[in-house]
Design a protein around this ligand. Structure first.
Ligand SMILES: NC(=O)c1ccc[n+]([C@@H]2O[C@H](COP(=O)([O-])OP(=O)(O)OC[C@H]3O[C@@H](n4cnc5c(N)ncnc54)[C@H](O)[C@@H]3O)[C@@H](O)[C@H]2O)c1
Ligand SMILES: [Zn+2]
Ligand SMILES: [Zn+2]
Length: 377
């Protein structure tokens, strides 16, 4: 089968690899109809992780079940399914609590596994014609049959639940105000989620004009940080700061000078969010980052403004999204027309053109908001 393979920094190609197949009785094999390129893939693409050469990438996958193992009971050949990016066993202590991003069995020695990702276990990704899905009864979310709303449902594997998780971690209540840092796909879907959850006003902070325009189009209030300090703009707009904040940027955040400054978003959130407010961090931070600009950050340590955080009595929630905790309800919001996360798709490409998709999305080229691939096309 054909698959997108990581060769080295800024070097990916579509190659012939061994077919995905049933390896355990609890497996399914899914023919991939849509698989997305994620901002998280760019950390690997840019050589900022320890991902191994030859890894098949792709953790945002959906498709049609092609085969099932003997022990699979609920998922049937022909089912249209979304696969949470987390690979989870369903029965360990953390999975039982709904904390599927921290499964204790899928990636021994570590909590949490994913398809096609650095340090997240041996699983191949789905930027390929087929994907092996372990513990298929647990990891397949069944979707309405057919091909309708494909671009909406494809966001269920990661970024719609992740955006939702960011808002949930901030503990936002209906009627509150919330500011989201980052107008990338995750930030835009955090904004969409906050609106559905009943925020009175949603602000989105970035400096990319095309992405800020999208934020405005969905009814959020864009805050252009190239036009002045976001913290001050938000203080003026809200009379003292928003109730809640979300980090949808992560460790490759940029300062006003365009240089990487890994702590800038966290410190902006502490400065902006009002006293006793909540902060949700879904932007990724790593325990080790040898490619970082300063010595502290190379060890995953940041100059975090903890004194102000403490003095303001804020709270913070962090981590990978437990996709399974949300995906069935978010699917139903899509099916009933209450959510349309597919609005952010800017490009649909065949698998063969994935390398160009990576390059242009990585350059944050104007209009390249979210790239989806259709291997089965
Ligand atoms: N926690 C999870 O489960 C999970 C899941 C998916 C993605 N992520 C992470 O979420 C983050 C965002 O993903 P994405 O796909 O939207 O990525 P992206 O790179 O497309 O978007 C990031 C955006 O942040 C903006 N930005 C950079 N520095 C900024 C700053 N100082 N202030 C405000 N905006 C700034 C950029 O201009 C860009 O538009 C990444 O770190 C990704 O790895 C986490
Ligand atoms: Zn992703
Ligand atoms: Zn588990």
């Amino acid at each position: 089968m054909k698959a997108l393979v990581y060769n080295g920094p800024r070097d990916v190609s579509v190659e012939e690899v061994p077919d995905a197949r049933i390896e355990a009785p609890t497996d399914a094999v899914v023919r991939i109809t849509t698989t997305n390129i994620c901002g998280s893939d760019l950390h690997m693409y840019e050589g900022r992780t320890d991902v191994e050469q030859g890894k098949v990438l792709g953790h945002e996958n959906m498709g049609v079940v092609e085969a099932v193992g003997d022990a699979v009971g609920n998922v049937r050949v022909g089912d249209r399914v979304s696969l949470p990016f987390n690979v989870a066993c369903g029965t360990c202590g953390n999975c039982e609590k709904g904390l599927t991003a921290f499964c204790l069995r899928a990636n021994p020695g570590q909590a949490g596994a994913a398809y096609g990702y650095a340090s997240m276990g041996p699983y191949r990704g789905g930027q390929a014609e087929y994907l092996r899905v372990p513990w298929a009864d647990f990891n397949c979310l069944t979707l309405p049959e057919g091909t309708e709303r494909e671009l909406d449902y494809t966001m269920l594997s990661d970024i719609f639940p992740t955006g939702w998780h960011g808002v949930a971690l901030s503990k936002m209540q209906p009627g509150e105000t919330i500011a989201i840092w980052g107008a990338g796909p995750v930030g835009l879907l955090a904004a969409h989620s906050a609106q559905i959850m009943g925020a009175s006003r949603v602000f989105v902070v970035d400096q990319q004009p095309d992405r800020l325009t999208l934020a405005e189009q969905i009814g959020a209030i864009p805050v252009d940080r190239s036009a002045g300090e976001a913290v001050e703009q938000l203080a003026d707009l809200t009379g003292g700061g928003p109730d809640r904040g979300v980090d949808a940027v992560g460790y490759q955040a940029h300062g006003p000078d365009g240089k990487e400054q890994p702590e800038i978003v966290l410190n902006d959130l502490v400065a902006a969010v009002k006293p006793t407010g909540g902060i949700g961090v879904v932007g990724v931070y790593l325990p080790q980052d040898p490619g970082a600009e300063n010595e502290l950050a190379k060890e995953g340590k940041l100059a975090f403004d903890y004194g102000t955080f403490f003095f303001k009595g804020q709270s913070m929630g962090t981590g990978q999204c437990n996709t399974k905790a949300y995906n069935a309800r978010l699917r139903d919001l899509i099916t009933e027309g209450r959510a349309n996360p597919g609005f952010l798709v800017s490009h649909e490409l065949p698998l063969d053109r994935a390398p160009q998709g990576y390059e242009r999305f990585d350059n944050r080229e104007d209009g390249w908001t979210k790239v989806v691939l259709h291997p089965a096309a």
